[in-house]
Each structure stands twice: as structure tokens, then as C-alpha cells.
Ligand binder design. Structure first.
Ligand SMILES: NC(=O)c1ccc[n+]([C@@H]2O[C@H](COP(=O)([O-])OP(=O)(O)OC[C@H]3O[C@@H](n4cnc5c(N)ncnc54)[C@H](O)[C@@H]3O)[C@@H](O)[C@H]2O)c1
Length: 254
């Protein structure tokens, strides 16, 4: 595990699931942690992290669809923790449905949270680092669904949003490369989290069907993402920007 003491990481969608697991991994490397989430338990999640790892952690409620709220949340965290040099964007949702039936409200919700919310967080993060002339690393939690179409569920909005998030990583990487801000994406395959557990509980036959399509024969755990996460967060990856790393047990290889 790299030594990230002296770093501060902001994690959107950090109240639970993959975001919280990633925040925990960065905290174990010594980084201070700022969590942003819509859920009120974000403060408890931060307090628990601080207790478990001994780092400074704070949580703030904000809807990533609202650029002003994101800016205010990042400002609030800056006051408490100093300027962040690591950003993880994990806030995201999926809505399933036949594309002919999907409402424009649902379509927009997915795009606004997954894509616009990712962009707003990156904006607020980079503004501060650029103003201070400091380097940093941004890691978007995209998805293998940005490059393959999951079955049997239909989720055109999700798939499209994640393809856009991975392209956003490349776009910002090129824009900010001269300033020393690296931007990469992780593209997990099916990963056991609060989100997927919800789907699996509602559709018990799904887990078996999804797993049957994964060459490694199991769904991923948030812990499977930690090696790549800490690598991208650390100076070990200092020449790596504008890339997406797929971590899917081989799903997209077939
Ligand atoms: N679980 C998987 O199989 C899987 C696979 C690939 C990618 N991902 C991606 O990983 C990320 C995390 O997913 P997860 O499985 O941990 O889901 P999750 O539902 O457990 O966590 C998502 C978090 O985002 C927060 N969030 C949602 N909308 C928000 C908003 N508008 N503003 C602020 N916060 C908001 C939620 O409150 C929640 O805490 C998502 O971007 C998801 O698309 C998940």
C-alpha cells in the first residue's frame, strides 16, 4: 500500500458501497478523507472511517446534480481538511427499463448524476488545485458498461453515461496534463455493493445469470478495486493519465 499521508481525498458517493470502500482504502494509506453524498448517513460514514483508521475525515451532504451544491461541499471540505489532491467520483445510479418506455425524467436523472455530477466534482476539485499550482489525481468510477452491453437487463442510459464518463476522463486528462492533474477511470464489472445487492435481492435469479457470464466465476468485491485505486492515487502512476482500467474478472474479454 502506498503512503498517502499528507494527501486529502474527496470521494463522491462515499456514504456507502464502492465509494465508502475506496475511501476506507485511501484512509488506510494515510489520506485525510472528505465524503460527499446525498444520504444523511454520510457524516456517520466519515466518523466511522476516522475511528477505524485514525485519519481526519468529514462528510457533507450534497446532490452531485447541482453544480453550486458541489462547489459549496468542496469548499466546506477544503475549510476542514485543506485542499484535496485526490478525487474519486463514485456517486452513480442505474435505472433499468425498455428504452421505448423510459421517461425523460429517468433518462435525465441517470445522465445528470453519473455524467454531469462527475464533471461538476472534477471542476470544483481542479479549480482549487490549479489556483494553487498543485498536482493531483482524479479517479472516476466508470463501468465496464461503458464498453459492453449488460444482459439481461436493459439500461441504455447507464451504459451511455458510463461511456461518456470514460471519455470525460480522457478529455480532462489532456486539458489538465500540463498542470499536473492526472485523470483516469476505473471500469468495474459486476461488484457486490449496496446497489447490486438491492437488485439481487429483488431478482434472485440474476446473480446466477450474471456470474455465469464472468470467466472468473464470481462477482467482484470492492476490495478487488483497491490495488488499481491506490496505484492511480499514488506517484507510482505519475506518467499514467487519460486511461480506463477494466476490473471485471474477464467479463469484457469474451
Ligand atoms: N456495483 C457494481 O456492480 C458496479 C459496477 C460498475 C460500476 N459501478 C459504479 O460504482 C459506483 C458506486 O456504485 P455502488 O455499487 O457502490 O452503488 P451504491 O448505490 O451502493 O452507492 C452509490 C452512492 O452514490 C450516492 N448517490 C447517488 N445519487 C447521488 C447524488 N445525486 N448525489 C450524491 N450522491 C449520490 C448514493 O447515495 C450512494 O451512497 C457507481 O458510479 C456505479 O455506477 C458499480
Amino acid at each position: 500500500m502506498p503512503d498517502l499521508s499528507g494527501s486529502t481525498a474527496i470521494v463522491t458517493g462515499g456514504a456507502r458501497g464502492i465509494g465508502l470502500a475506496m475511501a476506507g482504502a485511501l484512509a488506510k494509506c494515510g489520506a485525510s478523507i472528505g465524503l460527499i453524498d446525498l444520504l444523511p448517513e454520510v457524516s456517520d460514514s466519515a466518523a466511522n472511517l476516522a475511528k477505524e483508521t485514525g485519519v481526519v475525515a468529514a462528510g457533507v451532504i450534497a446532490d452531485v446534480r447541482d453544480a453550486k451544491a458541489v462547489e459549496a461541499a468542496v469548499e466546506h471540505l477544503q475549510q476542514q481538511l485543506g485542499t484535496a489532491d485526490l478525487l474519486i467520483t463514485s456517486a452513480g445510479i442505474t435505472i433499468w427499463g425498455d428504452s421505448t418506455e423510459v421517461t425523460s425524467a429517468d433518462w435525465q436523472r441517470v445522465l445528470e448524476i453519473n455524467l454531469s455530477g462527475t464533471f461538476y466534482a472534477a471542476q470544483s476539485f481542479a479549480r482549487r488545485l490549479l489556483a494553487e499550482g498543485r498536482h493531483g489525481s482524479v479517479i472516476f468510477v466508470s463501468s465496464m458498461s461503458g464498453r459492453v452491453v449488460n444482459i439481461p437487463q436493459f439500461q441504455a442510459s447507464y451504459n451511455s453515461s458510463k461511456a461518456a464518463v470514460s471519455m470525460l476522463a480522457k478529455s480532462l486528462a489532456v486539458e489538465w496534463a500540463p498542470s499536473g492533474i492526472r485523470v483516469n477511470a476505473l471500469e468495474p464489472g459486476y461488484t457486490l455493493s449496496d446497489m447490486t445487492r438491492q437488485f439481487m435481492d429483488a431478482n434472485p435469479e440474476l446473480a446466477a445469470q450474471w456470474t455465469s457470464l464472468i470467466p472468473m466465476g464470481r462477482m467482484g468485491e470492492p476490495a478487488d478495486l483497491v490495488g488499481a485505486l491506490t496505484y492511480l492515487a499514488s506517484s507510482e502512476s505519475s506518467y499514467l493519465t487519460g486511461q480506463s482500467i477494466v476490473i471485471d474478472g474477464g467479463y469484457t474479454a469474451i
